[in-house]
Each structure stands twice: as structure tokens, then as C-alpha cells.
Ligand binder design. Structure first.
Ligand code: SAH
Length: 504
């Protein structure tokens, strides 16, 4: 049986720019040979038993020659495997995909080419530069800047490129930029022709500098621009001044750490990402649901005896409803009770189960919930507080003080998540660390300590509310930002305001 080799483009770096076909093939491949410039997480959906091999080139050295890669593709394909050769951008644009395809044809191995979004078009686009434009850019040339133009045997006809009637897009040219610009000017391109360099296009750390052919190399050098970068030469480069969109996002260039449990982090991470932040997810805790037995089983079994049911976290709400379902009941079991939610996140979980909360305070803290319940008659009635095993007792104590018969039932525990060395490094370079509960503060700092990073947090600390801030201060963390509304949207709002006030 003959195998199949797929020459697949992974796009310029933003994982969202990977094609659907590339993801399908990655998920099904027996073997994946990948390069350095592939999007982070590109291999997340690979099969656990897939043979993953890094064959990329190290800057300054080659980890594997092109010939060796060709041979490996032929060998794996010849063994009947489904092989994905994954490359940055497009495989047939400066990706040596043509050479690999030729080697496969020669060996009689079937192959397929999956185009990708090429960085020469995508990086300019993310920097606000259309490579063609109705006025004045009716053609575009993709050029390698890899060769030193001073070399006598250069394969490129620089005078002809200088006269090219359209936009020049240079790949791989940061080091040679000054020499290239000089060649183009010598060839007749105007010294005042607009030019721009885009570093790490479509990635969170994207940066761009603009100028003219005469000064763009100096500006790039002063700006510390490094590979990977794309240079655009032509009048379109000036449109960046008006069309730069990503660099204007409120959190562009900021790195924000999300310490929330992974199961809940996605909403916060997505919101921050959409605002332009580079998001590092390092969950400090994991939610561990309690088995439905003992107290919890008893409360669920007799749920109709409660006059009031209080949920003090989204997890608590979701897990109580799960427990009801497991015992063969549904939302109707709560028909006779009043239901109180501590905040909008918790109310949203209840709504997912078909329950609209009767009581929800404006501020999502226990004291506010106590105040909201003041007019609810509880004396002599049974009240259920379903919550984390470790939580403050403000609410149950207040209710008991008013004569209620309160059952406090733990529906989940929080377990600490460790921090890897790589994660600790990312955290140490972050601009912001966000905390959405006191348990995330405590567990995150404990994980940093265990990691040997101690309290060397230079990031600004963002807290969801006063209780979380209090937990941080107790551990000698200075809280830079505290949300006014104690939910995720409120936290994001406060963070953005701080970032704008502290704009570089
Ligand atoms: N096949 C790839 C190009 C590979 S050559 C493609 O189609 O995009 C490698 C060069 O691509 C780098 O030196 C750089 O010039 C460019 N490049 C790749 N990713 C880039 C990115 N995210 N931002 C800017 N340039 C990038």
C-alpha cells in the first residue's frame, strides 16, 4: 500500500488563519514533519500516537538538510503512512515545497498540496497594508531577500526589480535590508518611495516600522526589528498610517496572564485576545466535582424541603444542576424554592439549566448577597448554600443569624495546578496577571513558589473584587487594578482602562 504525503501550509502564525483542510489532515496524520514557524497549538489535535518530528532550521544552523527531509518524506510515504509536511505560510512560496514535491514524484509517492495563507500577504494585511491597490499598485512581486545583493552571482536582477511596476514584497530580508534598499535606489526606485517592515506579522507580538526606501533599514535597525519579518516597498506601504488596525487595539502589545481554572478561562481569554492582548493561560486551580454522596446526595434528594437555594459561584450552580440531573431530576425540583445567585456568571449557569434567579445583587460578593436577601423571609426555614468546599462563611452565618436552618453543602473542591518552568518564564515577562478569586491568588502564588520563582512578579495585578484583592495583599502582592463590577466583563473593562492610562 502506498502512502500519501501532504505538503501543507500552516499560515503565517495566527492559529485562526490555518485552513480547515490543514487541521483535518493534522488530526488524521500518522506522521507530521514540521518547521519552526508554525502557529502555536498547530499540533494540539494531532493523534496521540502520531510520529511528530521537528525538522526546522535553527537560526544560524540547519537541524536537517533539505535532502534528508526529502528522503524522510519518501521513506515514510513509502511505508504507506499518511504524512503531513507542515510549513509556515504557503508551502510553495519560499517554502521549498517544490523541491519536496519533485522528490516525491521521482520516488513515485502520491502527494497533495494544501496552500496556506502566505506571510507576504498576511503580515502586511495585519499591519494595514494592502499589497495591491486600485491606484498605483496593480502588480505585486514576491521576492526573496535571502541573498546578499552584493554577491556577484546573485540570482536576482535587482535593476529589473527596481523598475517593477508595482509593490515589492521581500521575504527573509532583515539582515540584507540596507543593501537591498541601496540596490533598488541605484536601479531607479525613488529614495522617497514608501516602505514598511512587519515583524512577527499576525502574531501577538506583531510590530511594524514605516519609512522610505532611503531610511527604512535604519529605522528597522533602531526599532530592533528581527526575523521573521516582511518588507513592503511601494506606495501602499503608506496606507498603514491610516489602515493600521491591529496596533490600535486597546491591549495590543500587552501580555496578560489568565489564572482561572481552564474550564472557565476560555471566555476571559477570548475577550482579552479580541482586544489585542497576548494571552497566557496558566490555570492556578482545577475544579474537582464532589461525587453525589453524603451531604450532597441528601440535599439533592430532599431539595424540595428548601425555601431558599443560594449559589455562590458559576461552578456551584452548574454542578448542583448536574447533581440534580444525575439523580433523575431537573429544574422542576426547584419549583417551590427561591433561587439566589451571587452574580451574572452564576445566573447565566442557572439559566442554562432553565432557571431564572429570583435574587442577584449588583456587586458579586457575599456581603451584597446577604443584603439582597434581607427582605426574603428565612426565619425557621431551610436554606441550602451550595458552594466550593473552601469558601467564606459570611452568607451562611448571616442567614443562620436570622434564624434560618442552613445546610452548607460542598459541590466541588479546588485543586492546585502546577506551573511549568516555561509557564513561569512567560509569567515573569507578562504585563498583567488577572485573578478572579482568592483561591486562584493563593494557589498561583504557591505554584510560583514551588517553581522557585517566588514573588518575583513584575506584572500589574488585576483583581476581580475586594475579596480577591484582600487575598493578594495578604500575600504581599500589590494590587494595581480592581474591577468595579465584580465579574469578568468588569475585570476586562478595568484592565483596558489601566492599559490606556499607562500607554507607552
Ligand atoms: N512559506 C512561507 C515563507 C517561508 S520563508 C510563507 O509563505 O509565508 C521565511 C520567511 O517568511 C521569513 O524570513 C519572513 O520573511 C517570512 N515570514 C514568515 N512568517 C512571518 C511572519 N509571521 N511575519 C513576518 N514575516 C514572516
Amino acid at each position: 500500500m502506498s502512502g500519501m504525503v501532504f505538503l501543507v501550509g500552516a499560515g503565517p502564525g495566527d492559529p485562526g488563519l490555518m485552513t480547515r483542510r490543514s487541521l483535518e489532515l493534522i488530526a488524521g496524520a500518522d506522521a507530521i514533519l514540521y518547521d519552526r514557524l508554525i502557529p502555536s497549538g498547530a499540533l494540539d489535535r494531532a493523534r496521540p500516537d502520531a510520529d511528530l518530528r521537528y525538522v526546522g532550521k535553527q537560526p544560524g544552523g540547519h537541524s536537517m538538510t533539505q535532502e534528508a527531509i526529502n528522503e524522510l518524506l519518501v521513506e515514510l510515504g513509502g511505508r504507506g503512512l499518511s504524512v503531513v509536511r507542515l510549513k509556515g505560510g504557503d508551502p510553495f512560496v519560499f517554502g521549498r515545497g517544490g523541491e519536496e514535491a519533485l522528490a516525491l514524484v521521482e520516488a513515485g509517492i502520491a502527494f497533495e498540496v494544501v496552500p496556506g495563507v502566505t506571510s507576504g500577504v498576511a503580515a502586511p494585511a495585519y499591519a494595514g497594508i494592502p499589497v495591491t491597490h486600485r491606484d498605483g499598485a496593480s502588480a505585486v512581486a514576491l521576492v526573496t531577500g535571502h541573498e546578499d545583493p552584493e554577491k556577484p552571482d546573485t540570482a536576482l536582477d535587482w535593476p529589473a526589480l527596481a523598475g517593477f511596476p508595482g509593490t515589492l514584497v521581500l521575504y527573509m530580508g532583515v539582515g540584507n535590508l540596507a543593501a537591498i534598499a541601496e540596490r533598488l535606489i541605484d536601479g531607479g526606485r525613488g529614495a522617497d518611495e514608501p516602505a514598511a517592515v512587519v515583524e512577527r506579522g499576525t502574531l501577538p507580538g506583531q510590530r511594524a516600522v514605516g519609512g522610505t526606501l532611503a531610511d527604512v533599514a535604519r529605522r528597522a535597525d533602531e526599532g530592533g526589528i528581527r526575523a521573521p519579518a516582511i518588507t513592503v516597498v511601494g506606495p501602499v506601504a503608506r496606507l498603514r498610517e491610516r489602515l493600521a488596525w491591529i496596533e490600535r487595539r486597546p491591549l495590543h502589545g500587552r501580555t496578560v496572564v489568565v489564572t482561572r481554572a481552564r474550564a472557565q478561562a476560555s471566555g476571559l481569554a477570548a475577550t482579552l485576545g479580541a482586544l489585542g492582548a497576548r494571552v497566557i493561560e496558566t490555570p492556578a486551580i482545577r475544579i474537582v466535582p464532589r461525587p453525589v454522596e453524603g451531604d450532597l446526595a441528601d440535599a439533592v434528594e430532599n431539595i424540595d424541603r428548601y425555601a431558599l437555594v443560594c449559589l455562590t459561584s458559576p461552578n456551584g450552580a452548574a454542578l448542583l444542576l448536574d447533581a440534580l440531573r444525575t439523580s433523575g431530576r431537573d429544574a422542576r425540583a426547584l419549583a417551590g424554592a427561591m433561587v439566589a445567585a451571587i452574580g451574572p456568571g452564576t445566573a447565566a449557569e442557572l439559566e442554562r439549566g432553565g432557571i431564572v434567579a429570583d435574587v442577584m445583587p449588583e456587586r458579586s460578593i457575599a456581603e451584597a448577597l446577604v443584603a439582597s436577601l434581607e427582605t426574603v423571609p428565612v426565619e425557621g426555614r431551610r436554606v441550602l448554600v451550595a458552594r466550593a468546599s473552601e469558601a467564606r462563611d459570611v452568607l451562611p452565618e448571616a442567614l443562620a443569624g436570622r434564624g434560618a436552618d442552613v445546610d452548607v453543602v460542598a459541590v466541588y473542591d479546588t485543586a492546585a495546578e502546577p506551573l511549568t518552568d516555561d509557564e513561569a518564564l512567560l509569567v515573569s515577562e507578562a504585563d498583567y496577571v488577572t485573578f478572579t478569586s482568592s483561591s486562584t491568588v493563593r494557589n498561583f502564588l504557591a505554584a510560583l513558589d514551588r517553581n522557585g520563582s517566588g514573588h518575583s512578579l513584575s506584572a500589574r495585578i488585576v483583581s476581580i473584587g475586594p475579596i480577591t484583592s484582600g487575598a493578594a495583599r495578604e500575600l504581599d502582592l500589590e494590587v494595581a487594578v480592581e474591577a468595579e463590577r465584580h465579574d469578568v466583563d468588569g475585570l476586562v473593562e478595568a484592565l483596558v482602562r489601566d492599559a490606556q492610562a499607562n500607554a507607552e
